[in-house]
Design a protein around this ligand. Structure first.
Ligand SMILES: [Zn+2]
Length: 453
């Protein structure tokens, strides 16, 4: 199934064939399938079992634009130049989570143990925040424990927290005019976008250094310099370590936008497209998953896998390879593939990016694995990830990640004490804050908006 999904790379909310592959597999394995979760056509849930606790396995299957690449090669060669590709390994991500759900379901059946297993097919992880919409729709309300993973250079427990983020479009409306004959009659929306960006760039010095703001001009008002641009649009991504800090930073960005509109006598409207919360890790679940990984050990890579991984590594820079080791705070070693399990080290590390697993982690104790599916040094969102996405080494890394997730889920089903400890840890880490969805009330999943690149 991972190979099938690799063959049909689909982006953000457009994952029709990929969701179909998951639905067919869930039905073949005896899961009852619910589609259109949270009114998202490519989101689905498969459930099996009766009574007992509910264990959720989260899967993803969205691809990335512009990363088309032939499988098994160690040089850059797109299948179709500019087309989509599985540059984040989500073809493996959904498949391993479904495999883990199936293994646990089979165990429940064989042993007659009460308990329910759910596979959550979550689209649009890359920028679409589908899980945040699914959380808002109540899809996780009765879940006891959530488990997921991500393809990586290494195998082990994922201990990083991630940033909360929000995508906002700012649309400025001015008045068109002949830019030479009657410029005084024009009010430039493009000027407003430029001034907003300048204002935000000045604000950077006076915001917390662990926050991030990026922007992309979606519409510069046309191609005619001799027309005062009556309309312009800029998309912002605002990130902060925690949700409350994010919400206050968004308000400051909005003030800058209003200031730009005031200066240019234009009007501004802001639309929040999507947002995700920061990730909350869970100590009791990470401890259990660490024990599981230590007993499973690294994937059974063979000589052929190492030869292919070496070829991929020859396309990487020494900086790429060093970054992989230093991100995990490990001493660099000259191995093409991870031959060890990540040790249990300090957990309060922040990864630069964001994930919509964050929203699930605010409402359900959540734990995630890393699976070793890539030559050491491979960076995500590159052609090298796509090239390795159907390889035997990726399959091995994927299957061992499924084992780690299934065994962690099994421990959670068997131990009420573990589930209670996980919930107590989540409450402690929320520090009395209630989950506030970063998505404004009434906002719908941006299924259509995301199709416009
Ligand atoms: Zn990813």
């Amino acid at each position: 199934m991972a190979d099938r999904v690799w063959e049909t790379p689909e982006t953000c909310y457009m994952e029709k064939l990929s969701a179909l592959a998951h639905r067919e597999m869930l039905e073949a394995q005896g899961f009852a399938v619910t589609e259109d979760v949270a009114d998202i056509p490519t989101a689905l849930i498969g459930e099996a079992g009766e009574g007992g606790p509910v264990i959720a396995f989260l899967g993803e299957y969205d691809a990335l634009a512009g990363l088309s690449q032939k499988a098994g090669l160690s040089h850059h060669e797109p299948i179709v130049a500019g087309a989509n590709g599985h540059g984040c390994g989500h073809n493996l991500l959904g498949s391993a989570s479904l495999l883990a759900a199936t293994a646990l379901k089979d165990w429940l059946e064989e042993t007659g143990t009460p308990g329910r297993v759910r596979y959550y097919g979550c689209p649009a992880e890359e920028g679409g925040a589908a899980k945040a919409f699914m959380v808002r729709a109540g899809a996780f309300e009765d879940v006891d424990i959530a488990i997921s993973w991500h393809p990586s250079n290494f195998a082990g427990v994922q201990r990083e927290t991630s940033l909360a983020n929000c995508r906002i479009d700012f649309s400025f409306t001015g008045r068109a005019a002949h830019a030479a004959a009657v410029p005084e009659l024009g009010r430039s929306a493009l000027d407003a976008v430029e001034l907003m960006n300048v204002g935000v760039n000045y604000m950077r010095e006076h915001m917390p250094s662990d926050c991030r703001i990026h922007y992309a001009v979606l519409d510069a008002g046309g191609i005619s310099p001799n027309v005062v641009q009556a309309y312009a649009k800029v998309r912002y991504v605002v990130r902060a370590p925690e949700l409350p800090g994010l919400l206050s930073l968004i308000e400051r960005v909005k003030k800058v936008a209003e200031g730009a509109a005031l200066m240019t006598e234009t009007k501004v409207e802001s639309t929040i497209l999507a947002g995700v919360s920061n990730l909350i890790v869970n100590t009791p679940l990470m401890d259990v998953m660490q024990d599981v990984w230590d007993s499973i050990g690294p994937p059974p890579f063979d000589e052929e896998d190492r030869i292919f991984a070496e070829k991929i590594r020859a396309t990487l820079t020494p900086e790429d390879i060093s970054a992989s080791w230093s991100q995990e705070r490990l001493e660099e070693r000259d191995v093409p593939l991870a031959d060890f399990i990540l040790p249990a080290h300090s957990e309060n590390r922040q990864m630069g990016g964001s994930t919509d697993v964050g929203d699930v982690s605010w409402v359900v104790p959540t734990v995630q694995a890393y699976g070793a599916t890539l030559a050491v040094g491979t960076q995500l969102h590159t052609w090298q990830v796509v090239a390795q996405g159907k390889s035997p080494l990726a399959h091995k890394g994927m299957i061992s990640a499924a084992k780690a997730m299934a065994a962690t889920g099994l421990a959670a089903i068997e131990s009420e004490q573990l589930r209670e400890a996980a919930w107590a840890d989540l409450k402690r880490r929320r520090k009395g804050q209630v989950y506030t969805s970063p998505i404004p009330p009434g906002a719908k999943p941006p299924v259509a908006a995301m199709t416009v690149k």
